[in-house]
Unconditional design. Structure first.
Length: 74
């Protein structure tokens, strides 16, 4: 599981773009960690890619996500 900055980097967008999508209710917010920060899973990244990029994550992006420690289950 990763934070918003890493999630944005994997998606190729700015962290503010990702946060704004959540604030604008275009994207369901991911689970929050103990400190209140969003914790992004692979499923969250896939949804964000579809909403923001109008496509699914590619193999390269999934490989980056796996290296960053993103799991498919929360």
């Amino acid at each position: 599981m990763i934070g918003t900055r890493q999630a944005a980097a994997i998606l190729g967008v700015r962290p503010s773009t990702l946060s704004k999508a959540v604030w604008d209710n275009r994207l369901a917010p991911p689970t929050r960690g103990p400190g209140g920060a969003y914790i992004w899973t692979e499923a969250d990244l896939r949804r964000a890619a579809w909403v923001l990029l109008k496509r699914d994550l590619g193999l390269d992006e999934l490989a980056i996500a796996k290296e960053a420690g993103v799991g498919s289950h929360s």
